[in-house]
Design a protein around this ligand. Sequence first.
Ligand code: EPU
Length: 302
Amino acid sequence: MRISDRPIAAQLKELGVELVPCASMVEKTYLGIGGTTDILELRKHETIPDVIHLLKQEGIPYRLLGGGSNLLVADGELSFVALHLPTSQPGMRVEGNVAYVDAAADLGGTVTFCAKHDLGGMEGLIGVPGSIGGALRMNAGAYGTQIGTHVREVEMYRAATGKIEKLEGADIRFDYRHTSFAPDDLMLRVKLELPSKPFKEILAGIKVCNEKRRSSQPLNQKSAGCIFKNPQGGSAGRMIDELGLKGHHVGDATVSDRHANFFVNKGSASCSEMLQLIDDVRERVRKAYGVDLENEVIVWKN
Ligand code: EPU
């Protein structure tokens, strides 16, 4: 969607928004799939309510783009613009056992930054790609760690009120890859409380998780991590593997040889090919196991 040549562009600029015209989602997502749209870089947190109010007034649909690590975007010209928070440096600070981190900060970078301040508890999240904002929204987790456990407060643009608000950690529900945030709530900053641990000990934990991940996941290929959530008490990856579907593909959209719940883009897969592969695998699992797998990957359809 192009708005850079419309009168609203000047109003957005006054609100401190930087417009990136015709950005390609191929470059903004880990899957390397998706069409084009204008991206609005939200440089001033305090003007976000006005920016969103303006977009609504003008009838311009929008989506919130985080790190792009868990996202499958439609092909072609998109029918919405994407809002994005630019990264500020360093975007995080520590006070005692508490870390204040900007939503745009890198999740892995946050884990190591906290480790250097002898704050642990997030070792399992080390190789999880993406931003802190995305991790909060999805309650990112791995190797027994979930970010929600450590959240004490979230500063956010709250869609329900149209205002920037602070929510206590206790008032937010963090479930398996799901939270009580509304889809159009925009995370701005988080306060994490973390246990004290010597840097060396944290580093040892990080190494173990890195090795586990390297040996079981296709880290050097274009993917969105796991495509499906695990069904209760089961493993989507194991079921897909048992059905002999590793290597199964639609065009360049391929079930990874390394981990069957990772679908990789081997070259120039389109969104429709990836969606076909997802539907096909879901159907085969349903037929064989009677289990309806739920997407873990976020899909932006047009
Ligand atoms: N397995 C297979 N074949 C495969 C993949 C897995 O047989 O191709 C088996 C494994 O041998 C193991 C079981 O399935 O016995 C579970 O596999 P794994 O330990 O790799 O964990 P997972 O349940 O597939 C989850 C998360 C990952 C996270 C890992 C490590 C989900 C959907 N996936 O994977 O998160 O990194 O545990 O904690 O919850 C993600 O969220 O995108 C993601 C990749």
